[in-house]
Each structure stands twice: as structure tokens, then as C-alpha cells.
Write a protein that binds this ligand. Structure first.
Ligand code: IPE
Ligand code: IPE
Ligand code: MG
Length: 248
């Protein structure tokens, strides 16, 4: 087995992905495999998130986006949803000091209007406290759906056209990108999904057009620095062509 030190030597720090996105999956299965309730998996997954954020800060990665709750996750039992919301509130209040000390700026991708006032207050607090930070941009995808995001952008653009603020001819990729939650941020270079499923589950549909995918069987609560470093090293060994013949 390769060690963390070996991976760190293999890593070329001058060509790291600018934006890493993660589908943090497998919490429930992790817990069930241990004879525990699914909620224990969500709880245990918080440590993985902490490690990954710290490592991104250490490495100087520009943007980290994590998928924490999808527009489809409302289909889960209310008890699980409530647990996740409670965990989110706890995470934000508990971590905000450390995140600020590490110069992390928090942003939410998703429609938080559907959340309770308590959840919204925690989110507003974290955004406000971290708003002047200029280190890692930490995007939390909450009640996020790629299709919803695109539809929303389309509505705003259509409204601007109707009001004569923009012409139909001006609609292009750059304009649409500016109307997404990720406006102004680089698109993900690398997308990691844990727990073995090889699908996107409505995550960043527009932004991942040329993203490199890295899937692992490791379940999110078991995901550690070593796995993230392995993903980065593998990413650096990929040949990205963007439809051309040779890019690197
Ligand atoms: C990911 O783990 C966390 C969320 C979707 C909120 P899951 O809860 O999806 O765990 P599995 O995939 O059922 O094991
Ligand atoms: C994707 O995981 C959403 C998050 C990690 C928040 P899911 O567990 O909801 O995805 P599916 O249902 O397996 O596609
Ligand atoms: Mg899942």
C-alpha cells in the first residue's frame, strides 16, 4: 500500500486542480455494515469532511464543493432529514471559528428557502462570518439539484430578455455560467464520488462538462487524506484533451 508521504512526493503542487467537487456518499451503508442506524454514518462522515477541508487549505486548492443534501434527498424519511439538518447546524456553529482561522470562505449552492429558520440562521451566520476570507472557497451544496439550477438560470435570463435587458443573441455559455450558483468560480477539474456508485445524481450538471471523474469504493466516513491525495495524483496522470488532440 502506498503511503501518504509517498503520495505527497508524487504530487505536483504546481498543477493541482483548481476546483474539486465531492459526492460524499455511503454514510448509510457504512453504518448499516456496522449494525448501526444510518445516522451514525452521517455523524462519522463529519470527520472526513474536516480532514478534506484542512487538506485543501494546506494544499492551496481554490475551490472545494461538497454535495451535502440534494433536491431529491427530501424523499428520505423525515427523521433522517431532521437529523441531517441538526448535524448541519451543529457543524456550522462548531466549525466556523476554525474555518475562519484557516481563511475559508463559505458559500451555499442550492435553494435554502425550503429550510427551517434555524437552519437558515446557521447558514447566514457562517456566510457572514466568513465573507471577508479569501483562502479556500468552500461551497456547500444544500438542497442542490443541477436541473433546478439550470432551470432557475433559464428563468432569470428569460426575464431579462423579456425586460429588454439582454438580447437573445447574447445568450451563450459564459452568460449562462454567470447565472449559476458557481458564477465566477472555475469549473470542477476533478469530481470524486465515494461508496462505489458511478453516477452523478443531479450534481453540477452544467459545470462538469470536462471534469475528470474519480470513483472509489471507500465509503465517505472512511475517506481520509490518503484517499484524497490518491485522487489528486491520479488526476495529475490523466491526459485532458477538451476535444482537441493533446492538452498536457
Ligand atoms: C450520503 O450518504 C449523505 C447524503 C446523501 C445526505 P447516504 O445517506 O446516501 O448513504 P448511502 O448511500 O445510503 O449509503
Ligand atoms: C447524492 O447521494 C447526494 C449527496 C451525496 C448529498 P444520494 O445517495 O442521494 O444519491 P443516489 O440516490 O444514490 O443517486
Ligand atoms: Mg447515497
Amino acid at each position: 500500500m502506498v503511503t501518504e508521504e509517498e503520495l505527497l512526493t508524487q504530487l505536483n503542487r504546481s498543477c493541482l486542480p483548481r476546483h474539486v467537487a465531492i459526492i460524499m456518499d455511503g454514510n448509510g451503508r457504512w453504518a448499516m455494515a456496522r449494525g448501526l442506524a444510518r445516522t451514525f454514518g452521517h455523524q462519522a462522515g463529519m470527520e472526513s469532511l474536516r480532514e478534506v477541508v484542512r487538506l485543501c487549505v494546506e494544499l492551496g486548492i481554490q475551490v472545494l464543493t461538497v454535495y451535502a443534501f440534494s433536491t431529491e434527498n427530501w424523499r428520505r424519511p423525515l427523521s433522517e432529514i431532521n437529523f441531517l439538518m441538526g448535524l448541519l447546524i451543529k457543524y456550522l456553529y462548531k466549525e466556523v471559528d476554525e474555518l475562519c482561522a484557516r481563511n475559508v470562505k463559505i458559500k451555499i449552492l442550492g435553494n435554502i428557502e425550503s429550510f427551517t429558520p434555524e437552519v437558515q440562521a446557521a447558514i447566514d451566520m457562517a456566510i457572514e462570518r466568513s465573507q471577508n476570507n479569501n483562502g479556500l472557497n468552500f461551497n456547500l451544496a444544500l438542497n442542490y439539484g443541477g436541473r433546478f439550477e439550470i432551470i432557475n438560470a433559464t428563468k432569470v435570463i428569460a426575464q431579462k430578455v423579456a425586460e429588454g435587458k439582454i438580447a437573445v443573441e447574447e445568450i451563450n455559455e459564459a452568460l449562462l455560467s454567470r447565472h449559476l450558483y458557481t458564477a465566477g468560480q472555475p469549473e470542477p477539474d476533478l469530481l470524486i464520488r465515494t461508496a462505489g456508485d458511478c453516477r452523478i445524481s443531479n450534481f453540477l450538471l452544467w459545470q462538469i462538462a470536462y471534469t475528470e471523474f474519480w470513483f472509489t469504493e471507500i465509503k465517505w466516513p472512511d475517506f481520509r487524506r490518503i484517499h484524497f491525495l490518491q485522487a489528486l495524483v491520479d488526476f495529475q496522470n490523466r491526459k485532458r484533451r477538451f476535444g482537441g488532440l493533446c492538452f498536457n
